[in-house]
Design a protein around this ligand. Structure first.
Ligand SMILES: NC(=O)c1ccc[n+]([C@@H]2O[C@H](COP(=O)([O-])OP(=O)(O)OC[C@H]3O[C@@H](n4cnc5c(N)ncnc54)[C@H](OP(=O)(O)O)[C@@H]3O)[C@@H](O)[C@H]2O)c1
Length: 318
């Protein structure tokens, strides 16, 4: 078959011949229809994701939409390196296949499921968001942040504060359901003041940034709460702004902050599969929107280096 193949970490994949997958016991051969180029796919292909075992060559791709030999259209996720979804075929355990409802578009599903699942797991499984609770999303301008806004609204959040640095993308977030849009693209004192105004009494933070913006937001919120003992559930999902934070001990004494992460490991494979099924069921009525750019898989090398606007997800089609 033809596939995108990484032979050296740090280099884009090349479109070339790759051995056909041979399904093992319990696996199904799926013809791939579409696969999203998510940050998770890039870090896997670069050997920098925390699950990477450094095996080369590898076919990148973490999930996608495909057809089974019985002609069922499915979403599949949670692929393990080195055999990813940027190929004509994959072999995958049958229990990782999620039949797709009619009427949902292949490209939309391939683009949206990864960022949507990140938000869904953070809001439901990890934060256990209740209707009426207030949510702050850090890094809301990206695909995952935009999904977090839409899903928090769907789950009945009270107010939703969306924070990000890209002005053009930030301006679009109220239309997705954000009550407040806070720019992170200014000095720390201004950011802290605006976050405190908009989200001092947040119940849940969904954090795609970490690093310095998280330090600023954490200090702002924990200093401004009406009731410092009212629990703030802070869910770390992504690290766009940095892999670490400095956490003053006093922060944990002066307010009730509960940190948890959401990702492969902190959520079990069964929990991930359940989230895929939950979301797939909701797709026909959820009205989720995402900007996409579809490219043929043979152009994977240029897709890798394409300069797309923030919030646009590339989808590759074999
Ligand atoms: N744990 C999980 O289950 C899970 C699942 C999916 C995604 N993730 C992670 O979540 C993160 C976001 O994913 P995504 O799909 O939304 O990616 P994305 O669509 O590429 O968006 C990333 C966003 O982050 C913004 N950004 C980058 N650096 C920033 C900074 N220093 N300060 C403020 N904003 C910054 C970018 O805006 P600019 O235009 O300003 O650069 C962009 O809007 C990634 O780290 C990804 O790996 C985790």
């Amino acid at each position: 078959m033809r596939a995108a193949v990484v032979t050296a970490f740090g280099q884009p994949p090349r479109y070339q011949q790759y051995p056909d997958p041979r399904p093992a016991e319990g696996e199904v051969l799926v013809r791939v229809l579409a696969a999203g180029l998510h940050p998770r796919v890039r870090s896997g292909a670069a050997g920098t994701h925390y699950t990477s075992d450094q095996t080369l060559p590898l076919v990148p791709g973490f999930d996608g939409v495909g057809r089974t030999p019985e002609n069922t259209r499915v979403f599949f996720g949670g692929l393990k390196a080195p055999n990813g979804s940027m190929a004509e075929y994959i072999a995958i355990p049958a229990d990782q296949l999620v039949p797709l409802p009619d009427g949902v578009d292949d490209i939309m599903v391939a683009a949206a499921m990864n960022p949507a699942v990140s938000a869904w797991l953070a809001l439901t499984h990890r934060a256990e968001l209740k209707p009426g609770e207030h949510v702050l999303i850090l890094g809301a301008t990206g695909n995952a942040g935009q999904m977090a806004i839409q899903l928090a609204r769907l789950l009945g959040a009270g107010t939703i504060t969306a924070a990000g640095r890209n002005a053009q993308a930030l301006a679009k977030l109220p239309a997705l359901g954000a009550d407040h849009a806070v720019s992170l693209d200014t000095d720390d004192d201004t950011v802290a003041r605006r976050l405190a105004q908009a989200a001092a009494n947040a119940d849940v933070v969904v954090d795609y940034l970490w690093g310095h913006p998280t330090e600023v937001a954490l200090a702002a919120l924990t200093s401004a709460r009406t009731d410092a003992a009212h629990r703030l559930r802070w869910v770390h999902v992504g690290a766009m702004a940095g892999p670490t934070i400095a956490l003053p001990g006093a922060t944990l004494r002066k307010a009730d902050v509960d940190f948890r992460g959401s990702g492969q490991g902190s959520v079990s494979p069964a929990g991930m599969r359940a989230a895929h099924r939950d979301l797939a069921d909701r797709l026909p009525t959820a009205g989720l929107t995402i900007d996409t750019l579809t490219m043929p898989l043979r152009d994977v090398e240029s897709a890798w280096t394409a300069n797309t606007p923030t919030g646009t997800r590339i989808v590759l089609v074999p």
